[in-house]
Design a protein around this ligand. Structure first.
Ligand code: ZN
Length: 301
């Protein structure tokens, strides 16, 4: 389980009407339980259901809706599988941006969602993808381990300096921005950097309020599109992971045994403890799921 609420597990029992899962299957679960009956759920937008419930996964056994359980491909480990949700959010941002092979994609922020969006944009075949942010250590890791283009800028930098760096990187102005660090500064940066008729996806907030030049938006005909959580994106995320185009294992930071869950929470308390990586609790050392694992013919360690 990735702290705090994304988990993989073994199927121990299934209901009589469940046919796509079997006892012993390894699955990743969408953690948010939507109501299934509101207008948004009916339209497939269960990510914005007003009655979402998070039960959490700090339990040996849990009942979970079958339609929110996705079977893990054999090549994806249980720890890595917990990161499907992170990738799903990045995929959703890319699909909202209508990324194509002619897209020059500026991703702002260095969160796991931002990097996941970069992975998905690369997999789609975007013309160029660049991640811009203020966290130098995270950008170094992205550059070193994934080889993506990056731009580091100081939080107090002048807009002109950052814009110059953006133009130098793309050799033209980008036509797509995915903002995973929404602040007044990054919103203005995105609007100023984008070509006319571009799209700016609002994916993650660093501050609740962000002002930007509305006249610029109007005159440049920029489309602002929100991307909140994810809906129906797990199959895409799992396919990308299976194909090797989304090496989510690089996000695995420290892995704690089930008995050390308190220590895991302490470690995950602050970003500075783990940077871009995630803290994971693995129940393998306990008996969790043992019976289901024994019954599975496809059990892997
Ligand atoms: Zn609902």
């Amino acid at each position: 389980m990735t702290l705090g609420h994304d988990a993989t597990g073994y199927v121990d029992r299934v209901g009589s009407s469940v046919h796509h899962l079997h006892v012993g299957d390894r699955v990743v679960m969408e953690s948010a339980l939507s109501c299934g009956i509101c207008d948004y759920c009916k339209r497939g937008l269960y990510n914005i259901c007003a009655d979402l419930i998070y039960n959490g996964f700090l339990a040996s056994y849990q009942t979970h809706p079958a339609d929110l359980c996705h079977r893990l491909p054999d090549s994806i480990g249980m720890d890595e599988g917990t990161l499907a949700q992170t990738l799903a959010m990045g995929c959703q941002a890319c699909f909202k941006a209508d990324i194509s092979p002619t897209s020059n994609v500026l991703i702002i922020g260095t969160t796991p969602t931002a990097v996941s969006a970069a992975m998905c944009a690369m997999a789609i075949g975007a013309k160029k993808v660049t991640i811009a942010g203020t966290m130098e250590s995270a950008l170094e890791m992205i550059d070193r381990e994934l080889g993506y283009h990056t731009i580091h800028y100081d939080a107090n930098a002048l807009f002109g300096e950052v814009l110059e760096a953006v133009y130098c990187k793309f050799q033209e102005w980008p036509n797509c921005a995915i903002n995973c660090a929404i602040t007044p500064m990054t919103m203005n940066l995105a609007v100023m950097a984008l070509q006319p008729c571009s799209v700016c996806v609002l994916a993650e907030c660093e501050s609740e309020c962000a002002s930007f030049n509305a006249l610029d938006i109007l005159m440049k005909n920029i489309r602002l599109v929100p991307s909140f959580r994810s809906a129906n994106m797990y199959p895409t995320a799992l396919q990308l992971m299976k194909s090797g185009r989304a090496p989510m294992h690089k996000f695995i930071g420290q892995v704690f045994a089930w008995g050390n869950v308190e220590e895991a929470f302490q470690c995950a308390l602050h970003e500075s403890n783990v940077g871009l990586r995630k803290v994971i609790v693995n129940g393998k050392s306990s008996n969790i799921g043992l019976q289901a694992r024994k019954r599975s013919h496809r059990f892997q360690d």
